[in-house]
Design a protein around this ligand. Structure first.
Ligand SMILES: *C1O[C@H](CO)[C@@H](O)[C@H](O)[C@H]1NC(C)=O
Ligand SMILES: *[C@@H]1O[C@H](CO)[C@@H](O)[C@H](O)[C@H]1NC(C)=O
Ligand SMILES: *[C@@H]1O[C@H](CO)[C@@H](O)[C@H](O)[C@H]1NC(C)=O
Length: 322
């Protein structure tokens, strides 16, 4: 009966413990109070119980000491030796309780720190997610910029092709323009007309002979030589030549136009009893190289009239250069 009361008293003393720590501490207390020691205390208590007024004092003393803790050991002068022993145990227990409380507080501080660290970690994770989003946005932007860049590059290539084509056309037109300018500026102008001059006819010969048309009417460009009757082609191009010949009644007339050593054009008229003059003529365009010689010949056994009536003539001019 006395033991139960003590246990209740001890439970009251440990009322300040937290719920978790309370049970452990109570066990500690029960261990501290060994069975035989407990029996002593119980006996002691019974003895004291017989003096009820004294009992009242002790109970008050215990409650007072609890309020005065942890200065219990210094008050041993005013308590019974057994009670003092109990009180010292109580003081030690209280000290351990305080330590445990401190540890609990430390633990709860640690928990707070852990919670803080957790919040910090969450915050950093959130920041990381934001940065990841930003990064992927930047990457997408970069990709789209690269695509745009590729498109621009292709456009530039197309433009480059067009510029090249335009440049080519401009170059061609420049060449054509230069040629036209050259033709119109140094505009080689070649034209001549000359007639056989002399005091009568040129008699027939045993062989074909050159004719020198010495009566010059025009000789623009000085390509025709009236002394030899040879036209010396000054520039490559297309030329037009014409000639005519005249002979009187008893004679045949045959003339030819030569390019270098090649006969090109001819004209003949054979005499008859019925007319008193024989005329013939021919003409055409020739494509000549620079330096080509063009001249007229009188065939062998042919006759031609040469005076100042200008009936036998040789003409030529440049149509265009090639
Ligand atoms: C209490 O008791 C201890 C020995 O148990 C002694 O050294 C001390 O002086 C005592 N204190 C008082 C206040 O009597
Ligand atoms: C344009 O012409 C230049 C040389 O004139 C050449 O280097 C370039 O490759 C050409 N560009 C294209 C797109 O043909
Ligand atoms: C022949 O040409 C000369 C000039 O060289 C001219 O004086 C003459 O009148 C011309 N004769 C005829 C018949 O046309």
């Amino acid at each position: 009966m006395g033991g139960l009361t003590l246990t209740l008293l001890l439970l009251c003393l440990s009322g300040t413990l937290s719920e978790d720590a309370g049970e452990d501490n109570l066990n500690d207390i029960m261990v501290q109070i060994q069975p035989e020691q407990g029996q002593d205390i119980e006996n002691e208590y019974k003895t004291h119980n017989q003096h009820s007024e004294q009992d009242q004092d002790i109970e008050s003393e215990v409650i007072f000491k609890q309020n005065q803790a942890p200065s219990l050991p210094e008050t041993n002068g005013s308590c019974q030796p057994d009670m003092c022993n109990l009180l010292r145990h109580l003081g030690a227990m209280e000290a351990r309780l305080t330590t445990a409380e401190n540890q609990v507080e430390e633990l709860s501080n640690m928990e707070a720190i852990v919670a803080l660290l957790q919040r910090e970690t969450e915050f950093q994770a959130a920041q990381l997610r934001v940065m990841e989003t930003k990064l992927s946005t930047s990457e997408n932007l970069m990709k789209s910029m690269k695509r745009e860049n590729d498109v621009q590059e292709r456009k530039l290539q197309v433009l480059s092709f067009r510029v090249n084509a335009t440049e080519f056309r401009v170059e061609q037109q420049q060449i054509l323009l230069d040629e036209l300018r050259r033709q119109s500026e140094d505009g080689t102008k070649i034209a001549f007309t000359a007639a056989l001059g002399g005091d009568g006819h040129i008699p027939p010969s045993e062989r074909e002979t050159n004719l020198a048309f010495s009566n010059v009417f025009t000789n623009v460009g000085d390509a025709y030589n009236p002394g030899s009757g040879v036209f010396n082609t000054p520039v490559k191009g297309v030329y037009y030549f014409s000639f005519s010949s005249f002979a009187n009644s008893q004679h045949n007339v045959c003339v030819s136009l030569f390019r270098n050593n090649v006969r090109m054009l001819s004209a003949c008229d054979h005499h008859t009893e019925h007319d008193s003059s024989d005329s013939s003529g021919n003409g055409g365009t020739l494509h000549l190289e620079q330096g080509d010689h063009v001249y007229m010949t009188l065939h062998a056994h042919s006759h031609i009239f040469a005076d100042f009536q200008n009936r036998s003539t040789f003409s030529g001019f440049l149509l265009f250069r090639t």
